[in-house]
Write a protein that binds this ligand. Structure first.
Ligand SMILES: Nc1ncnc2c1ncn2[C@@H]1O[C@H](COP(=O)(O)OP(=O)(O)OP(=O)(O)O)[C@@H](O)[C@H]1O
Length: 247
């Protein structure tokens, strides 16, 4: 299992008018091996930028990211939209990321599609699947590499609440089974509390941590979205966001 240490992370973007804007300004964060951390914050506070830097898709302007592992970690990344390749079937989209011989790749891809409830849809192209099903394929693709670290960027925010609810429960199950270290970005307080070991509440931009809520003791697993304790913790998170002037 892989721990993550982020120290003094900074990122400045240049706007089209030449102005400069800090997206992250000295962010510190640690995740223990196998921990599920939710990053909760308002739109534009730098959450996506943070995940992109972690995965090497964006370069930081300062600070450091350390993965505490004996070898470079395998990283799975789920984005807000599914980002499937439209000319490949669901099964081929999953197989595409696997460094495996053809038949073994097919077997692994099928097994993961079955795990996210799409066992009968491996031959479908993305346009033949609903948005929720496409996002399931994206989750299967991220998990198929057996990631040490799983980065999820508002993966369910574009889905209807019922589908999102199902996928959250599936994600919680899969995480308990395989225990990757997870950083899950969201602007939905109830989603953060339902999934997390620890919720890191951000304000910004530039992104800065205003509070952390460790929900392990107050909300044991398995959890249900209708637990009144969950609603109380979500209110606490909303109060922290309010206190930080996030709305
Ligand atoms: N490529 C870019 N060029 C210029 N500015 C950028 C770029 N990417 C992000 N930004 C700016 O950096 C800040 C943080 O953006 P980011 O997408 O990381 O926020 P976020 O918290 O993920 O927002 P959301 O919840 O809306 O996805 C924003 O002010 C945004 O406008």
């Amino acid at each position: 299992m892989v721990g993550i240490q982020v120290a003094a992370l900074a990122k400045v973007f240049t706007r089209p008018d030449g102005g400069r804007r800090a997206a992250l300004d000295g962010l510190h964060l640690e995740a223990a091996p196998g921990e599920l951390v939710c990053l909760l914050g308002p739109s534009g506070c730098g959450k996506t930028t943070f995940l992109r830097i972690l995965n090497g898709l964006e370069q930081a302007d300062g600070g450091a990211v350390r993965f505490l592992a004996p070898r470079p970690p395998r990283i799975g990344h789920v984005f807000q939209d599914s980002r499937l390749l439209p000319w490949l079937t669901a099964e081929e989209n999953v197989r595409f990321v696997l460094d495996l011989p053809r038949e073994e790749g097919r077997r692994v891809a099928r097994a993961w599609l079955a795990r996210v409830g799409l066992g009968d849809h491996g031959g479908a192209f993305p346009h033949q699947l609903s948005a929720g099903m496409q996002q399931r394929v994206a989750v299967a693709r991220a998990l198929a590499v057996d990631p040490d670290v799983l980065l999820l960027d508002e993966p369910f925010s574009a889905l209807d609440e019922l589908t999102a609810c199902r996928l959250r429960a599936e994600l919680a199950r899969l995480w308990e089974e395989r225990r990757p270290t997870v950083l899950f970005v969201t602007h939905d307080p109830a989603e953060a509390i339902y999934l997390a070991d620890r919720v890191v509440i951000l304000a910004g931009p530039p992104g800065r941590i205003v509070q952390e809520l460790d929900v392990r003791r107050s909300l044991p697993r398995p959890r249900t979205p209708v637990d009144p304790r969950l609603a109380a913790l979500a209110r606490e998170a909303v109060r922290a966001l309010e206190g930080a002037g996030s709305f």
